[in-house]
Design a protein around this ligand. Structure first.
Ligand code: DHB
Ligand code: FE
Length: 282
């Protein structure tokens, strides 16, 4: 049977995608030093658990889905996912392998549990997906590892509630664990932490709330599902609502998890960056 080995969370700012190819050189750069220093322990752990597939909970920022057609929840069921440059000057990265069989198993399983996902047999992925893959598999070493993208709307209101995202994650967790193939599955939740890129509160960061989220998500995630989506926007900023992606990922893990590594760093671009490595209970 498939086994969920653990969960990773990381922020996914486009500037990181731009910096990744120069990581060695930026290791001593005052702006990037602390950010990049956080990742080697996470990479070592990822290598040690030997994932075959990564299921990524991320948000599209207007690349594959735009305001004309915005699914609340969408899932990829394609053999391959290409990263398309969003016009930000991000280097083109090798494409990501899909796992249509596992995707359809998840789709069938969660539909039986009344989660109706938009199924995408073709899908482009943006920095919300590619930056975490580049950070955890340096030098684009994700190679033949398969991926399943799960996309959650954080762009056009109404956004799904933290509780709904957590429940979707739980259903996806049950789906993965009922997959008959012998696979090690890694979960990844991307985005956050507090940030607001536009409007009167542009540049807003809430360190106290971020640290509360990073603490509670480990062994008390239900406490965070009590926030409404508007309370989350108030506390974390308009784009900080991306924390629902971390919660969806956490829903798919076991009730108790072990924290292997974490980091919190303010700021890259206008964003508080957070990293978490959680080992799933056997
Ligand atoms: C930026 C973009 C993002 O999608 C995000 O989550 C954080 C920051 C940015 O453009 O700076
Ligand atoms: Fe984002």
């Amino acid at each position: 049977m498939a086994r969920i080995v653990g969960g990773l969370t990381t922020s996914h700012i486009p500037a990181i995608g731009n910096a990744v190819p120069r990581e060695q050189e930026l290791r001593n750069d005052p702006y990037w030093k602390e950010f990049f220093a956080a990742y080697p322990p996470a990479r070592e752990w990822v290598q040690s658990v030997k994932p075959d597939v990564a299921v990524l909970f991320y948000n599209d920022h207007g690349l594959n889905f735009f305001l004309n057609a915005m699914p609340t929840f969408a899932i990829g069921a394609a053999p391959e996912y290409k990263n398309a440059d969003e016009g930000w000057g991000i280097p083109t990265v090798p494409s990501f392998k899909g796992d249509p069989k596992l995707s359809w198993h998840i789709i069938n399983s969660v539909t039986r549990e009344n989660f109706d996902l938009t199924t995408c047999q073709e899908m482009l992925v943006d920095h919300g997906f590619s930056v975490p893959m580049e950070l955890f598999w340096p030098n684009y070493s994700y190679g033949n590892m398969r991926t399943v993208p799960v996309q959650i709307n954080t762009v056009q209101h109404p956004l799904p509630s933290p509780a709904r995202c957590f429940a979707l994650g739980q259903a996806i967790g049950r789906a993965i664990e009922s997959y008959p193939e012998d696979l090690n599955v890694m979960l990844i939740g991307t985005g956050g932490l507090s940030h607001q890129l536009d409007g009167e509160r542009a540049g807003f960061i809430n360190k106290k709330f971020d640290l509360l989220c990073m603490d509670k998500i480990v062994n008390e995630p239900e406490a965070l599902t009590r926030y409404s989506i508007h309370e989350l926007v108030r506390e974390a900023g308009a784009q900080g609502a991306e924390f629902i992606l971390w919660l969806a990922m956490r829903g798919a893990l076991s009730h108790k998890v072990r924290k292997i590594h974490s980091s919190y760093h303010v700021a890259i671009s206008n964003t508080a960056t957070g990293l978490l490595v959680l080992e799933n209970a056997a």
